[in-house]
Design a protein around this ligand. Structure first.
Ligand code: SF4
Length: 377
């Protein structure tokens, strides 16, 4: 633990809890929606193959391409086949992209790959890993960021530069990358099985660029993001944004297939202005095995990041509590699901704060206790 981390995490805790409490007080429907969502996600876990097949049918019906990847190397093989010789690639924030080491693998192929979420961009130029699901650069102070930007982007930036001017410099750089991009790769906050739609929430506007400017959009996510209907998918993103402390989110992006128009005699033609190809890759990577084990309820997690801020182990150890990108209380569960890594569970102090705040009512301490048994035998 260092001073820089202490200051960052204290500020985050002070901001997050009051924000979320206010949102929940002012919008009492959100807690009810979270309960409904939990039951819909349990329904999917009980019938996962049915919902994967249904998603595939829906994606194909809307003119998209559907791919199922059993693990990370399978997912990367699919990505390589889609990307082919295209060189310029923009990415949006996604833990699954880290899970399959996407940026690293694409860079090895000589691609020009850029994170477009501000926090992820900072993590990229720092040769670092994210420390939080929704705030990946939370461990970097403003002073440290000014040095990074000075070294990597703009020599005129220094520790006296305002945050606004730092953001402006990054925006200018990324705009050139969007305009040159041939492939945009995103994660997904939710997928609706009935329409094959990918929902993504954000505040920055970068995901809009990533999903619309390049000719090819690839969304890569876990099978746990599938929910039965488009309404359930909207419910998931609303609950996620609320418990992350950002309600309403600035943007909710919905993608159902490639761009299309029906403006001439109502004949649907694709592509129109946006991407000519849309691909959805859903990845298993340990998730199906987890559904049939004592890790089952981990897959209800909607990655709101709320549990981090009520966790004394995360406050103390930071991103060492877990294996990045899966850190914090939920990260202990997700490292077990996707990488069979159990050792960091031993740092858990079982305060129970995570369970108290989780919108999906996941008994996180109980699951972590079971993970501890896996580690110690
Ligand atoms: S475990 Fe619960 S509180 Fe933590 S990120 Fe997942 S849904 Fe949010």
């Amino acid at each position: 633990m260092n001073y820089e981390w202490n200051v960052s995490i204290d500020k985050a805790i002070l901001n997050n809890a009051p924000n979320v409490n206010k949102i929940l007080e002012e919008n009492p429907y959100i807690k009810e929606t979270a309960k409904e969502l939990r039951s819909k996600k349990l329904e999917v876990l009980g019938n996962i193959d049915f919902y994967i097949d249904k998603t595939e049918e829906s994606v194909k019906r809307s003119g998209g391409h559907f791919h199922f990847a059993k693990d990370s190397s399978d997912a990367m093989e699919i990505v390589r086949e889609i990307v082919k010789n295209n060189k310029n690639i923009v990415l949006s924030k996604s833990n699954v992209l880290y899970e399959i080491k996407l940026r690293e693998e694409l860079s090895k192929l000589g691609k020009d790959v850029w994170e477009t979420d501000l926090g992820e961009y900072l993590v990229q130029i720092n040769n670092d890993m994210p420390s939080h699901l929704i705030a990946p650069a939370i461990h970097l102070s403003k002073e440290k960021i000014s040095k990074l930007l000075n070294k990597n982007l703009d020599k005129s930036i220094n520790e006296n530069t305002s945050v606004e001017d730092m953001v402006k410099a990054v925006r200018k750089f990324l705009m050139e990358k969007y305009l040159a991009s041939e492939v945009g790769i995103t994660g997904a906050n939710a997928i609706s099985a009935d329409t094959g739609s990918v929902l993504l929430i954000e505040n920055e506007g970068n995901i809009r660029m990533d999903t619309v400017l390049p000719g090819i959009h690839i969304a890569i996510t876990g099978i746990d993001k599938i929910v039965p209907t488009l309404k359930d998918a909207f419910n998931e993103v609303i609950v996620q944004a609320s418990y992350a402390g950002f309600y309403p989110p600035t943007y909710i992006n919905v993608t159902s297939g490639p761009s299309a128009t029906g403006d001439i005699e109502l004949q649907k033609v694709s592509p129109a202005t946006g991407p000519r190809e849309f691909h959805l890759i859903v990845i298993d990577n340990g998730r199906k095995e987890a559904i049939n084990s004592d890790l089952r309820e981990s897959l209800l997690c909607i990655r709101c990041g709320r549990c981090y801020f009520s966790c004394p182990a995360y406050k103390y150890y930071g991103k060492d509590f877990g294996d990045s990108p899966y850190t914090g209380p939920t990260g202990i569960m997700w490292s077990a699901v996707t990488a069979k890594k159990y050792d960091k569970s031993l740092l858990c102090m079982h305060s129970g704060g995570c369970k108290e705040v989780c919108p999906m009512d996941i008994n996180i301490p109980e699951i972590i206790e079971k993970i501890k048994f896996r580690e110690t035998g």
